[in-house]
Design a protein around this ligand. Structure first.
Ligand SMILES: [Zn+2]
Length: 251
């Protein structure tokens, strides 16, 4: 992972965390300027010949090469005579569709030395976290002095929402001393995310060598199966096998 970054950078670049199987204890930090502790991002999975994930930039007021490619595949499917070929084009677009994740800034309490990292948390984790925010007696989970550590139990062999259990500590505690300063002003998630140009997306899609300043790929460890990983997510707008008329590629 580390070779994707230039470690001396101070431009707000984040290293991206992945949960390990078992219990991970983390602390979520949020920018005082943000209302939420997370930003919703969309990742394309299994993109191009390298089948790697790629951040969708369509909602950053820019074009997204992968979305464009998906539209192209759908258009191609419409004019393809063989039903089987049309289906395979349509399936390919569906497989690459953008799926929602929630980027957060966090500290891995089992690896505090790594400082503040980013995590593309799945919808299910954010939903489970939100449950603690409904009852005000839990207080501000993300407060530097009086927030709570969060246990994330991860099981990569489980499916869908069963992959993650989320439990806030019953005890309030401060952020580890060595991370306090950084936690007061965590890296800008948008800036850390949206760094790849259209051309770089294209090159990545085509499997060409990446430019050195490209964004980190989203977390691959939890790449969902062709169906959305979170069973509570509304059905995708382009189910496999659907007629190719629908053009909303985001689920
Ligand atoms: Zn996209």
């Amino acid at each position: 992972m580390s070779k994707r970054y230039s470690p001396s950078s101070s431009s707000g670049e984040l290293t991206w965390w992945k949960p390990k199987n078992g219990t991970n204890t983390i602390r979520i930090v949020k920018s005082p300027n943000n209302k939420e502790a997370w930003i919703e991002v969309f990742n394309h999975w299994k993109v191009g010949s390298s089948r790697r994930p790629l951040l969708c930039t369509a909602d950053d007021k820019r074009d997204c090469f992968v979305c464009d490619k998906c539209f192209e595949l759908q258009e191609e499917a419409k004019t393809t005579k063989s039903e089987k070929d049309a289906q395979s084009l349509s399936d390919k677009a569906y497989e690459m569709r953008a799926q929602s994740r929630f980027a957060i800034c966090m500290i891995d309490l089992n690896n505090v030395a790594a400082g503040i990292q980013g995590w593309d948390a799945p919808t299910t984790v954010v939903k489970k976290l939100t449950a603690f925010m409904i009852n005000s007696e839990w207080g501000d989970l993300f407060s530097i002095e009086e927030g709570r550590n969060i246990d994330i139990a991860y099981d990569s062999s489980a499916e869908g929402t069963d992959m993650y259990s989320v439990m806030a500590s019953p005890k309030q505690s401060p952020v580890p001393e060595e991370c306090k300063e950084a936690a007061k002003n965590p890296p800008d998630l948008y800036k850390s995310k949206y760094t790849m140009s259209y051309e770089e997306q294209k090159n990545t899609y085509l499997g060409a060598a990446q430019a050195s300043n490209t964004a980190p790929p989203p977390d691959t460890s939890e790449a969902p199966a062709p169906v959305p990983v979170d069973k509570t997510t509304p059905p995708a707008t382009v189910p496999p096998g659907a007629p190719t008329g629908g053009v909303n590629l985001r689920s």
